[in-house]
Design a protein around this ligand. Structure first.
Ligand code: FE2
Length: 377
């Protein structure tokens, strides 16, 4: 492993942040069956029913279900008719993330600033209202057909957004301890990484906080490069991956081929008790990637003392890594869809602010074993 990874110190000046973002607002997936997807994320991932939009609310185009767990809100949207924008997106990409919504104080200003700085418009500032108040939303394109929607909700007291009604059901399995979105990773075309790094710097005021090259992230067969972009205040982190030349097809190339373009590769969600969370997820049928048991023979030599019982980590397949500030525990699900595209990461940070570089090799070899089974390596 190459230890020359560049770690760029970040100095934050709030007054100079032209695009302040309070956090992730919601993540919207375009899927072929929103009702069943929402049920799956409830039963398998511990989300609970939150809001609904569809024929019953006067929405004749799409049906959407919103589920929530602590600060994480996921929206699943399906079309009600053929030849729709949502349906075409699903036909091309399969189920996937369309909107990474960002919570801001002023969605008009965020939009105008982004447009002045070279963004491509997705939605002009639009105000919607109901009895709970008003919300302003605007949007810009990022990589592929993925978009960022800016959500201004300071004058809104409803549960989600105007146009939605509360979704109440008797079936709400308990939460599994997922707290918030830690980071979301985009896969972009070969040669596209720096273009999107520049986009996040110039249009969104993000800074690059880390970079990994193909010497950091390579196995015998495959390689990728990655740069991690952070919003000024650090509340949003978007690593951007691009494939690098390897002997066989990399996981990023596999994604790009099956997603038919650039898009969100994984959503990392934070827990403060990964052993409990992963035990619960596994019991509910969530499938995780596994590294060989030999990973655990040397892990404590690499990361030093940790609070967790190593046997418990081994039993569940949880990975550990350390940086200058502490350590982290992480694990990755298998792809969530028939196409080998989007997956989830479960992460618990115990001081560490990095992304598990020490696990890349073992992890990518685990992914390659899966690719081999799929015949896509
Ligand atoms: Fe990650």
């Amino acid at each position: 492993m190459n230890l020359q990874t560049q770690e760029i110190p970040k100095i934050y000046n709030e007054a100079e942040d032209f695009m302040p973002i309070n956090g992730t607002d919601y993540v919207e997936f375009y899927v072929s069956n929103a009702k069943q997807a929402a049920h799956f994320y409830k039963s398998a991932f511990g989300f609970k029913s939150h809001a609904y939009s569809g024929l019953q609310t006067g929405n004749k185009q799409n049906e959407s279900y919103v589920v929530v767990q602590d600060k994480i809100k996921l929206v699943f949207t399906s079309p009600l008719r053929s030849n729709s924008i949502v349906g075409k997106h699903i036909d091309k990409h399969g189920d996937g993330v369309k909107v990474v919504a960002l919570w801001v104080d002023d969605a008009t200003k965020s939009y105008e600033t982004a447009m002045e700085r070279g963004a491509k418009s997705y939605m002009e500032p639009t105000t919607t209202e109901d009895k709970h108040g008003k919300v302003v939303q605007s949007g810009i394109y990022t990589y592929g057909e993925t978009v960022h929607v800016f959500v201004e909700r300071k004058d809104y007291r409803g549960d989600f957004l105007p146009g939605y009604q509360a979704w109440e059901t008797t079936y709400n399995p308990g939460p599994v301890g997922l707290k918030f979105v830690d980071h979301m990773v985009g896969n972009v075309e070969l040669g596209g990484m720096n273009k999107w790094v520049e986009f996040y710097e110039k249009v969104m005021g993000f800074t690059q906080i880390m970079s990994f090259d193909d010497k950091d992230i390579s196995t015998e067969y495959t390689a990728l490069m990655s740069k991690v972009m952070s919003s000024g205040n650090g509340r949003i982190k978007f690593p951007i991956n691009e494939p690098a030349a390897g002997k066989k097809k990399s996981q990023v190339e596999e994604y790009l081929e099956f997603y038919e373009g650039e898009g969100v590769q994984h959503i990392a969600v934070a827990t403060d008790n990964i052993i409990k969370t992963v035990t619960e997820l596994r019991d509910r049928g969530v499938e995780f990637l596994r590294v060989p048991d030999t990973y655990y023979d040397a892990v404590l030599d690499r990361v030093g003392t940790i609070d967790e019982e190593i046997l418990a980590l081994k039993e569940l397949g949880i990975l550990v890594d350390r940086d200058d500030e502490g350590y982290l525990l992480q694990i990755f699900t298998k792809p969530m869809n028939p196409r080998p595209t989007m997956f989830f990461e479960i992460i618990q940070r115990k001081g560490a602010t990095s992304f598990g570089k020490g696990n890349f090799k073992a992890l990518f070899e685990a992914i390659e074993r899966e690719q081999e089974l799929r015949g896509t390596l």
